[in-house]
Design a protein around this ligand. Structure first.
Ligand code: ZN
Length: 201
């Protein structure tokens, strides 16, 4: 990048431009916003980034992001611990939480099987799911809520083959969710329709 603005400002723009979904123009806009803001705003931003990066970890049960060893959902005794909804990302979990209707637990895979991107089952949090099944004997249903695209379907298929022999009921959310879509961008009504219409695998 041409160094129009001095090396430190250029560096800031470059860092913003590395963020997902941020193009060169937006990166510049963000950098200039930070420069125009009072010192405290810049501090708040930089310290929020560092604090989140340093404290965020994965829940030891569901692999959701949390500040503690066990996340607030796994800790909540009012949740129905007989059900686990398997999702690809913490954002997908949040999308289902926003519906305020699902009361079971979750399991976050942190991705989906995608041979093209070099992501196989071992790159996902599948081992952790299996160990929950062997230790939490209360579980009676696993709802596969991976995204309705090629990777999500491949992941659901893989999991259903893995889970069947274990004798646990395995269901797949219905296609109320648009094919090729991303769960986190789907509205609550559609998410609930997909959940209620889930089918046995
Ligand atoms: Zn958890």
């Amino acid at each position: 990048m041409t160094n129009y603005y001095g090396s430190q400002v250029s560096r800031l723009i470059e860092e913003f431009a590395k963020l997902p979904g941020v193009g060169a123009k937006s990166a510049q806009r963000m950098a200039f916003y930070v420069l125009k803001s009072p010192q405290e705003r810049a501090l708040a931003l930089s310290s929020a980034i560092l604090a989140a990066r340093n404290t965020a970890k994965y829940c030891k049960f569901c692999q959701n992001l949390t500040d503690e060893e066990i996340c607030y959902i796994c800790k909540n005794d009012d949740r129905d611990s007989r059900m686990i909804m398997v999702v690809e990302s913490p954002q997908d979990m949040a999308a289902y939480e926003k519906t305020k209707e699902y009361r079971g637990l979750y399991h976050v895979l942190h991705g989906a099987i995608s041979p093209m991107d070099g992501i196989g089952p071992n790159e996902l949090r599948i081992k952790e799911l299996l160990s929950r099944l062997s230790s939490e004997s209360l579980i009676t249903e696993i709802i596969l809520a991976t995204n309705p695209n090629i990777e999500g379907e491949a992941t659901a298929m893989y999991l259903s083959k893995l889970l069947k022999p274990l004798g646990v009921r395995t269901t797949r959310i219905a296609h109320g969710v648009p094919v090729g879509g991303d769960l986190e961008h789907v509205d609550s009504v559609t998410l609930l329709r997909a959940l209620h219409g889930r089918q046995e695998l």
